[in-house]
Design a protein around this ligand. Sequence first.
Ligand SMILES: [Zn+2]
Length: 252
Amino acid sequence: MAMLTRARNGLMKISETIVPPRDARAFEVPAGHFFRIASIEGPQVGDLNLWNAHDLSERFFSGKTRALHATHVTTGNQLWSTLPNLRPLATITHDTLGWYGFDADGGGVHDVIGTRCDPYTHRLLSGGDYHHCCHSNLTRALASARSMDVREAEIHVHDVLNVFMCTGFTRDTHQYFMKASPVRPGDFIEFFAEIDLLAALSACPGGDCGAEHSSDVARCYPLKVEVFKPANSALLGWQSPPRNAYPRTHGL
Ligand SMILES: [Zn+2]
């Protein structure tokens, strides 16, 4: 972290992506670069997917990240990849909502306990079809980025990091809850890419997720993604982490 903190001082912006409300965009981040997700016009939650840019079977592992760190992540935590790789995809290097911690209800921000809003659960619960859930937004963004059929892209979409979302479990029955995100324009969360990443970010149709999902009712705002390159000398001695060394023999 000391090296990454120093490297943050000499960042040069190399790209910017605006994610429209109720939609998603994909973007690439080379290993050794930083990326920021920022609130720009109003309180808005983002659903983030991460893949190895060269091998989509290696992707963000929300459950293991939760087990290794906590229900909610912040500066210093890492986002881990799926088995059999199990290595950090990204390290969180700054979080302007770090002050929030856990509130009196047990709620925190940037969770790895929820999944993503999706049209299947929506149909199960309400019977209707809604096409701008984060699951569908991420699917369309990946399909577009990799010129894939939407059904092929869908199987690569996975449980997200819920950026800026405020969630927890009720104290009495331990059921999942969400409340309005404290994020405001100017807030951002920043990551260091440990390997070459393909990422997709959805600006959730729930807006600040204080009321409902899977509809056009909530006020929604765009999110901004910026990618930064550090100074050449800033990462001297740093190496991209290798895949986990377990030989995959599983006792045979
Ligand atoms: Zn959503």
